[in-house]
Design a protein around this ligand. Sequence first.
Ligand SMILES: [Zn+2]
Length: 319
Amino acid sequence: MQPESDSRGVDSLMMIALRWVVTLLLVSVAVGPLDVSAQLAVLDEPWLSPQSCDAIRDPIRIEPLDEVTFVLRESPCVDREAPFLFLLIGTERALLVDSGTQDGVFLAEVVGQKLAETSLGFADLTVAHTHSHLDHRSGDGTFADTGATVVGPTVEEVREFWNLEAWPEGVASLDLGDRLIEVLPIPGHNDNSIALFDHRTRVLLSGDSMIRGKINVTDLTAFRQSVARLSRFIDGVHPRVILGGHLERDNLSLGLAPATVEELAVLSERVSFVRPFARGDHFTVVYLRPVLVAIGGGFLLLIGGLLRGLVVAVKRRRS
Ligand SMILES: [Zn+2]
């Protein structure tokens, strides 16, 4: 009898252990590879405003999302654009997304300190950009003598580095070591804009193509197609949150819910050459070409009026 009782005890212990394993598996599937929700809440806090510059010393504020994921924001006291940069560290490589507005040494120091906490160095670092506007890549020179790989600013250089032969179609991937990054071309704000999806945190980095606030569009056809591709991509990967490159409306969260891409799609269809502005709950899409044409036309009319007045005045003086 005793041995039978022992075997039943062992069986029930095994069942309990099995239930634990199944429960843990189900929880991990439900939560995803890593839950950074609590850390993302930090981004809901107000960031620095230019009015608070007197109290500001550090040119960059750093918020860790986890021990190998860092959100870096340039101080608005250094530059009004105050862009966000992102440092993603894997077991074999690290990726800095955007380099900001400054060609100073402090960015390399900050990134170097974070790399030093791992087994990686600058030789393992790639500096890439969400797009080539200067407020996102002026810090590239900081890494010139470090041994880091810096992706160039032209469409050809971006396409070649990411091996996106069918640009703007296709999705590229980069394995940082236990950390897969996927890259989707989304031209329209800029001709070489990309979005980057980090599978570890399930954060999607959208640059200036999808930020809370004003989104300038230079190529409307390309932008509409990019938003449609981005929407399909989001449906496939289910990001936890979308983080843009700036915070344009004070005291609002940097993070955007994935579903807001549908609002962006509606607004991008609403703007046109005759109606260049469309405002929604999260975004204001501005089609720059007609705005620039109107400004240029107004400037020419002003110059023409001044010249005409000058000619009339000279004629009157002579007569
Ligand atoms: Zn931009």
